[in-house]
Ligand binder design. Structure first.
Ligand code: G4F
Length: 321
């Protein structure tokens, strides 16, 4: 039997890309990914999240900063659905290197939208927006109607991508949607993000491989969900007759400190015995509070998160231990 649909993913080697590729394969999609040439050369390291599905997907060399390479990939694949997940996604890094963050996240999104419009104008397009766009929040909980007020170049670059996506939808009639995804985690999370840093250090400390856990802002509040649940919302957005924007969140908040308590507690450790506050991990302007209201996604997409905060922390700690 032939494949149902063809999907092209940017960021396929990342946390969300790997979960999404698995989901699409389970739905009998033909799955293609764009990966940077350095990743192809260094597959052992760069493909850790997708090595179990490498034989089932097709990878194309390209970089979202290069219009030419994205044009070539879209032209070969002629996808029915495009999931644009690739980005410089670490907010902390966006303070260290503003220009790369802005270029990759805004110009990269513009490149792929433009290529899709030229080659496959009827394709369905997903943009990975972010709750970082809300920044210093102007309304709680945050919905699709909450004004953006970003606090980092990362947040600003995601606002650019969001507005580009909306522009291609309204000006050119493309089926282009944005997910406004709140923080989403899991055992495939990169080590630099706070949740994975905590689960990894809890395991290291338990095993005698580290003595302390250096952190920045312990009182930051986040609405943390599981990435595996969130990629399902991404897919659902592209199955709708009409393109639109959706908040994807759990509606439950925890502080960074509470995450530490939960993770260390699972290994019978008290986090307060190990945390040290290190100024290097504080941001010049942090997002202190995020809480999403995903009522629209629940009603229109029929989506809801399945994995609880507690189960997610347990999975991450178990994996790192
Ligand atoms: O885990 P984080 O680095 O994630 P952040 O900045 O919220 O961004 C993540 O979620 C966004 C969605 O809202 C995505 F768009 C984005 O791509 C990324 O996935 O930091 C979470 C909080 C921050 O307030 C940070 O200041 O934890 C605080 N924190 C405290 N100590 C720390 C640390 N963050 C990191 N990464 N490392 C620390 O040592």
């Amino acid at each position: 039997m032939g494949k149902t649909k063809t999907a092209l993913l940017t960021g396929v080697t990342g946390q969300d890309g790997s979960y999404l590729a698995e989901l699409l394969l389970s739905k009998d999609y033909e799955v293609h990914g764009v990966v940077r040439r350095v990743a192809i050369e260094d597959g052992d390291v760069r493909y850790t999240r997708i090595k179990h599905i490498l034989k089932d997907i097709t990878l194309h060399s390209g970089s979202i900063e290069s219009h030419q390479s994205i044009f070539a990939a879209v032209n070969i694949v002629k996808p029915d659905e495009v999931y644009h997940l690739a980005a410089q996604s670490f907010v902390g890094e966006s303070f260290a290197d503003e220009f790369t963050t802005m270029k990759v996240n805004s110009e990269g999104t513009h490149n792929i939208l433009s290529c899709c419009r030229s080659i496959v104008p009827d394709c369905r397009f997903y943009f990975a927006g972010s709750s970082e766009m809300f920044g210093e929040v102007l309304q709680t909980p945050q919905t699709e109607k909450t004004p953006f007020n970003p606090r980092s170049i990362y947040g600003i670059s995601k606002c650019v991508g969001f507005h580009l996506t909306k522009h291609y939808r309204t000006a050119y009639g493309m089926h282009a949607s944005s997910g406004i995804l709140f923080n989403h985690e899991g055992p495939r999370r990169g080590y630099e993000f706070v949740t994975r840093k905590i689960s990894r250090y809890a395991a290291k400390i338990k095993l005698g491989l580290a003595k302390t856990l250096p952190l920045g802002n312990l009182s930051a509040v986040r609405d943390w969900g599981h990435a595996q649940d969130y990629v399902e919302a991404q897919w659902l957005m592209l199955q709708q007759d009409q393109p639109d924007d959706y908040v994807v969140a759990t509606g439950v908040t925890h502080t960074v400190y509470e995450f530490c308590k939960a993770a260390f507690g699972l290994l019978s450790l008290k986090c307060e015995d190990y945390i040290t506050v290190d100024e290097r991990f504080k941001r010049p302007s942090d997002v202190n509070f995020l809480l999403g209201d995903a009522t629209k996604a629940r009603k229109v997409l029929g989506w809801k998160p399945k994995i609880s905060f507690e189960d997610m922390v347990a999975e991450m700690v178990r994996n790192d231990y």
